[in-house]
Ligand binder design. Structure first.
Ligand code: NOJ
Ligand code: MG
Length: 598
């Protein structure tokens, strides 16, 4: 009893101390102490992750579709970039309704991407190059062509409740059968589909062809753990876990009925997911526990077979209070990194400025539980490309930002060369979200523009394929925005990116230092990383359209004297190696600089 009592007192004191520090922090701008100067971090804590969208990365066989051998042939490129790990969007057998996020066999490779042997060759080469490979784990749903679904339709023994089935309701007025609830799918329209053969509705929070697995069935939970173990045994370094919010739905009532969602007023379009609340179909507490269970699978694997840690990255766009729980709690480890999408979502709502950058960073760091690792994401295959969203002028500054902030960061293929969105007509649209709309509104929904083929060269089909066609049209800027041109140029987005990754790898300050950041003015954002006995690193970004002269002592009184320029944005007229006075630093519109005290 007395031990517990003491612990409570200590906890209370720590709580008060935290409150006090937080209050001081508020007055001064934002300061985050590192958890320990000399500590050695596990590989993922300072990793630079790189997302590959396999269909669009590199085609090796001329069919205009990226594939595994294509990826293997470009692993040296990743090595040269300096990234730590590549996350591959789904490569499993799939009818490709949602381009691999509809999986018909979780244990096999999509034939147009290659074979299991091709995958093994990829892993082998990656290991030789000391690159880690992470796979996409899609737990919420399968394809309707998956054997599990076919068996469930037939109510085969053991598969009866593999999916979320329901009789539906009978409308008292019309006498007609209706879906059980008004729930909407993400890709527009009802989330329930009638199955003639089974004579029941099934739930699909994504496309009709993506039935939701039933996580209230222990057989499903175990089956999906088998999937994790299977790929861990093939040598992968972890998983990006897809779509956590819809993993569980509310339990039905005693009569087996589910509740309807309520109209939000956010949109007039009754097919749009935002038309209704998602109280009963998203962010249920059971989803958090399921991630903790997956973590145990990974940790057990390491305990049994040894080797490096494998990681869980979690995809959720939930509110901070929910997202942060994925990290784990005082007694249980959770995901290594729940993705931090704030640099996408806050800017989408409020635009890009020094102030919104500060807001986005605060939103993560001030909510993150102590002792966890932050991470920073600029884009992915579901969001407009970073260079299009922030403006090409700001791509170097944003790459700098995520690379000098503490923790891990994630690059979506093409961000390193400043790729922009493609223009895809309604006729060429293939994304199910776009296709489920109409020619007038499809641009609001389609994700095709950010999925155009990677631009390797300025030549035929951007060097993506030797074949005559590409599965999606190329983006218009490939003749100037491509790897070959940017490697040959003296200065380029790509070269800046490589300098940043190299700096991050070599700098103890960036790995272990404390962090201070502030919107110094409406336009100027400043980050400082510092560590005892190591050079301080300062990042300065001008998000405005006017040249500003700043005195960095207003941000940090220790920043006086001269600072040396390490990295500059493409349009900057300053030269690396030159020194500048911290008291009178002039920063041009959209200019971004990384400086050091040494
Ligand atoms: C999130 C993925 O990133 C997206 O591309 C996909 O459509 C959905 N989850 C469904 O799996
Ligand atoms: Mg191919």
């Amino acid at each position: 009893m007395s031990v517990t009592g003491n612990q409570t007192v200590i906890r209370l004191r720590l709580g008060l101390l935290t409150l006090l520090l937080f209050a001081i922090g508020q007055g001064q701008g934002c300061q985050v102490q590192s958890s320990g100067a000399a500590e050695t971090k596990d590989w993922w804590e300072t990793a630079q992750f790189y997302q590959i969208y396999p269909r669009s990365f590199k085609d090796s066989d001329g069919d205009g579709i990226g594939d595994l051998n294509g990826i293997t042939s470009k692993l040296e490129y990743l090595k040269d970039l300096g990234v730590t790990a590549a996350w591959l969007s789904p490569i499993f057998a799939s009818p490709m309704v949602d381009f691999g996020y509809d999986i018909s066999d979780f244990f096999d490779i999509q034939p147009e991407y290659g074979t299991l042997d091709d995958f093994r060759a990829l892993i082998k080469k990656a290991k030789e190059l000391d690159l880690k490979i992470i796979l996409d784990f899609v737990p919420n749903h399968s394809s309707d062509e998956n054997e599990w679904f076919k068996k469930s339709v037939k109510r085969e023994k053991g598969y009866e409740d593999y999916y979320v089935w329901h009789d539906g309701k009978v409308n008292a007025e019309t006498g007609k059968r209706e879906p059980p609830t008004n729930w909407l799918q993400y890709f527009r329209g009802t989330a329930w589909e009638w199955n003639e053969e089974r004579q029941q509705y099934y739930l699909h929070q994504f496309a009709v062809q993506q039935p939701d697995l039933n996580y209230r069935n222990p057989l499903v939970v175990e089956q999906m753990k088998r999937v994790l173990r299977y790929w861990l045994n093939e040598g992968v370094a972890g998983f990006r876990c897809d779509a956590l919010p819809p993993l569980f739905e509310v339990l039905p009532d005693a009569d087996g009925q589910y509740p309807d969602e309520t109209v939000t007023g956010a949109t007039d379009d009754p097919d749009d997911r935002d038309y209704l609340t998602t109280t009963y179909i998203e962010d249920r507490p059971e989803s958090i526990d399921m991630v903790y269970q997956w973590r145990t699978v990974l940790d057990d694997h390491k305990r049994i077979y040894g080797g490096d840690s494998s990681v869980l990255l979690i995809e959720t766009y939930s509110a901070a209070w929910f997202t942060m729980q994925f990290y784990g709690n005082r007694t249980t480890e959770g995901a290594h990194l729940p993705f931090n999408f704030n640099l996408i979502t806050v800017m989408d709502q409020k635009g890009l400025s020094a102030q919104t950058v500060q807001e986005a960073i605060d939103l993560w760091l001030k909510n993150m539980p102590a002792g966890r690792t932050p991470n920073w994401v600029l884009g992915n295959h579901d969001k407009r490309r970073a260079a299009s969203r922030y403006g090409v002028d700001h791509i170097d500054g944003m790459n700098m930002l995520v690379m000098i902030l503490p923790g891990a960061s994630v690059t979506y293929q093409g961000e390193e060369i400043g790729m922009t969105d493609g223009e895809i007509s309604w006729e060429d649209t293939v994304d199910p979200w776009g296709c489920n709309s109409n020619p007038d509104i499809y641009e609001m929904y389609t994700r095709d523009p950010e999925r155009t083929p990677f631009q390797w060269t300025g030549g035929s089909n951007a060097g993506f394929t030797d074949g005559p066609t590409t599965w999606l049209p190329l983006a218009g800027d490939y003749e100037t925005v491509n790897v070959e041109t940017e490697l040959a140029a003296e200065h380029s987005h790509l070269k800046i990116y490589k300098m940043l990754v190299a700096l991050r790898k070599s700098s103890k300050t960036l790995q272990n230092g404390s962090t201070k950041y502030l919107a110094l003015t409406e336009d100027i954002f400043v980050v400082r990383r510092s560590l005892a006995n190591s050079p301080t690193i300062v990042g300065v970004i001008n998000f405005g359209s006017e040249t500003k002269t700043i005195d960095l002592r207003e941000f940090d009184k220790n920043l006086s004297g001269n600072l040396q320029l390490l990295v500059r944005s493409l349009a900057s007229t300053k030269s690396e190696g030159t020194t500048f006075s911290a008291q009178m630093l002039s920063v041009d519109p959209a200019e971004a600089l990384v400086l050091t005290t040494q």
